[in-house]
Design a binder for this molecule. Structure first.
Ligand SMILES: Cc1cc2nc3c(=O)[nH]c(=O)nc-3n(C[C@H](O)[C@H](O)[C@H](O)COP(=O)(O)OP(=O)(O)OC[C@H]3O[C@@H](n4cnc5c(N)ncnc54)[C@H](O)[C@@H]3O)c2cc1C
Length: 437
């Protein structure tokens, strides 16, 4: 069906078809029978089929060796440091929510060193893990959030990737939404939120206006509140808090198609330097070292349809703060670093494709941030953007508001939190099995 301002009659409008927006729409449409309109600025996706999850065992690379964290550090760091590290890891995975919440505003480096783990390699391994989880370096990332991510990963005994890549999640959700009568408008950028009588009443795009009693923004939370709302709508203290919020790191990503397999590993993180603060300063100043920290999933090793038989698809990404210059030079360093970790890789490259922070910014905004507004000290717990805004009828949903956890899980958790909030206000929005308290 084609959707126009004249024929729309929806229970809620969702700005943006990211994972959080799609999850909210899929649950509201599929479980509650609500009619949802998604207005998405890019072209959206959809295909049949369930998601199949592949187990990925992350490995750490350091100085030519590849090992599993944390046990692989035994013999590589002093024994007393290894003992402290193992005890800290146990303490963290056993910590309950209430205790972890008390650590929301403690930065991870302070917490870990305070527990007596000071060995530079052990600290760098932990920094790399928090970069994978929340894309914020340890001296800024929230300990509470790190612990919740670590605990969930330990409980599920796996890191998992969907077969076909992360887009398989959005494809499955979009398909479910359409099947349940939801509408997805693509190539429609929302340029403003309609607020009348102090309440959000709909959205405006370049050529149309759409109205519904509930507006959920899955777009950049900062931009939603600062730019999409009419001036003067947001209370001043909220505006100041939101203006001060910062994004997680972006990434320079190089995908390489290889003539033949160069590794059996599914995911490697590489440690090249021990000082995340200096690393950030150097990247922003364009002072690139010969080797960089890397995040290297090998998609064809867990999702064989990504490459023809005998070939390999490998991705190497370096976390970069938005604004770092000279991405062409950094791309070469990424490829050389990957080649040092996996000998023969550079000779096996048939083609490569690069995605820069600027490309990501153009696609989804948010300064190309991998997670959006970072799960940093001062931006989680009570300081995190709530799914409910100060403007009645306007809600947020996605990786930047509510929820807890890593990336995609965080965005989906936020969708559940929003439905929980709506269900408490109006029984028709209540998911079965979640009684109103
Ligand atoms: C390269 C990369 C790799 C990643 N790898 C992983 C991973 O391995 N595991 C993991 O868990 N997470 C990963 N993440 C993070 C994860 O993808 C995000 O945390 C999650 O997808 C965020 O979802 P979201 O709901 O916040 O929506 P977003 O992804 O932020 O999407 C927001 C949507 O809103 C749309 N939009 C924005 N403004 C407007 C507007 N004005 N009008 C209309 N539409 C608008 C955008 O086009 C976009 O589709 C990765 C992210 C990136 C970029």
């Amino acid at each position: 069906m084609s959707v126009t301002a004249e024929n729309v009659n929806h229970d809620a409008i969702v700005i943006g078809g990211g994972i959080g927006g799609l999850a909210f729409a899929a649950l509201a449409g599929g479980v509650l029978g609500k009619k949802i309109l998604i207005v998405e600025k890019n072209a959206a996706v959809g295909k049949d089929g369930e998601i199949s999850w592949k187990h990925v065992r992350p490995m750490t690379s350091y100085k030519g060796e590849i090992f599993a964290f944390p046990r692989g550090l035994e013999g590589r760091i002093p024994q007393d440091q290894f003992t402290r590290l193992m005890s800290l890891m146990r303490e963290m995975v056993q910590m309950d929510n209430a205790a972890s919440r008390k650590l929301d505003d403690v930065d991870l480096r302070t917490y870990v060193t305070g527990k007596g783990v000071t060995d530079p390699l052990a600290l760098s391994c932990i920094n790399n893990i928090t970069m994978v989880y929340v894309c914020v370096p340890d001296y800024r990332s929230s300990t509470g959030e790190f612990i919740r991510c670590l605990r969930e990963e330990a409980r599920s005994r796996a890191s998992g990737y969907p077969a076909g890549g992360c887009s398989a999640v959005s494809e499955a959700l979009a398909d479910g939404i359409r099947k349940n009568g939801g509408d997805i408008l693509t190539k429609s950028e929302v340029t403003g939120i309609i607020v009348e009588n102090g309440r959000a009443q709909g959205v405006r795009s370049k050529n149309a206006a759409h109205r519904a009693p509930i507006v959920v923004s899955n777009a950049d939370g900062r931009r939603t509140l600062l730019d999409l709302l009419p001036e003067g709508t947001l209370p001043e203290d909220t505006r100041r808090h939101v203006e001060g919020m910062t994004y997680s790191y972006s990434m320079l990503i190089v995908r390489m198609a290889l003539k033949h397999r160069v590794t059996d590993h599914r995911l490697i993180t590489h440690i090249a330097n021990f000082d995340p603060r200096k690393n950030e300063e150097d990247l922003l100043a364009g002072k690139f070292p010969d080797e960089v920290n890397l995040f290297m999933p090998v998609p064809s090793n867990f999702s064989p349809e990504c490459a023809p038989e005998g070939r390999q698809l490998l991705t190497a990404g370096v976390w970069v703060p938005y604004g770092a210059p000279d991405m062409e030079r950094l791309e070469e360093i990424v490829v050389h670093t990957a080649g040092r970790i996996l000998p023969g890789l550079e000779e096996a490259i048939m083609w490569r494709h690069v995605t820069t922070p600027e490309n990501l910014h153009r696609m989804v905004g948010e300064n190309g941030a991998i997670i959006g507004l970072g799960q940093s000290v001062g931006q989680v717990g009570k300081n995190r953007l709530s799914v409910e805004t100060a403007v009645p009828g306007l809600y947020l949903c996605g990786a930047e508001s509510g929820g807890t956890g890593v990336g995609i899980e965080l965005a989906i958790d936020s969708a559940y939190e929003l439905l929980d909030r709506l269900g408490k206000k109006d029984a028709s929005w209540q998911l079965p099995g979640t009684p109103v308290l």
